[in-house]
Write a protein that binds this ligand. Structure first.
Ligand code: IMP
Ligand code: MG
Length: 189
């Protein structure tokens, strides 16, 4: 088996992440000239949202939604923090860190549609298409990725590693073995 050092790699550095936010910001600006409500999913989307929203100088409102999954295989989802804004009649973009099985996004899109939004779309920093359980459309995609765990730039493993500047790919066992040492190593890259 290879050493942990060889099983970690940088997926996107700060410059590449900024370029993704700029590109997606341009696409959203083009599609929503009259403004949009961004609904960010806590907590993984916070860094991405912060970069994306500053690429949208036009009218734009922000809200946050926090969900928690539970049950067998964690396939059931419930609301932990609901929206504050009224989205009836509004154009809404859901902002996510990553779409994996699609269960979370499907739930959120349905919730927002039930509240009477005029339109809904999704914007995800990462799209792991290979693990989809539900078919969901992600209109704005930062990057498609394969089946490895990603941390940093808001994304966690057991609430750790969100504060890394870049996005790193690593083996889950390695990330759990000695988190302090692993954080140190990843943060110096
Ligand atoms: P889904 O409902 O399976 O699409 O899961 C989406 C959520 O799982 C994301 O919003 C993340 O919070 C979490 N998630 C999935 N894969 C990763 C990963 O590689 N790193 C960190 N979080 C992840
Ligand atoms: Mg998480």
């Amino acid at each position: 088996m290879s050493e942990p050092e060889e099983r970690v790699r940088s997926l996107l550095d700060a410059g590449e992440l900024a370029a993704i936010a700029r590109r997606l910001g341009r696409e959203i600006k083009r599609d929503y000239p009259d403004g949009v409500v961004l609904v960010a999913l806590l907590k993984g989307s916070i860094c991405f949202l912060a970069d994306l929203v500053r690429e949208l100088p036009g009218p734009c409102e922000l809200d946050f939604l926090s969900l928690s999954s539970y049950g067998d295989g964690r396939t059931r989802v419930r609301v932990v923090k609901d929206l504050d804004l009224e989205v009836t009649g509004r154009d809404v973009i859901v902002v996510l860190d990553i779409v994996d099985t699609g269960l979370t996004l499907a739930y959120v899109l349905r919730l927002i549609a039930l509240r009477g939004a005029r339109s809904t779309a999704a914007c995800a920093l990462l799209d792991r298409q290979s693990r989809r359980l539900l078919p969901v459309e992600v209109r704005y995609v930062g990057q498609v990725i394969s089946d490895e765990h990603v941390v940093g730039y808001g994304l966690d493993l057991d609430e750790r590693y969100r504060n890394l500047r870049g996005l790193e790919v690593a083996d889950e066992a390695d990330l759990r073995a000695d988190p302090a040492a692993m954080f140190e190593r990843l943060s110096q890259r």
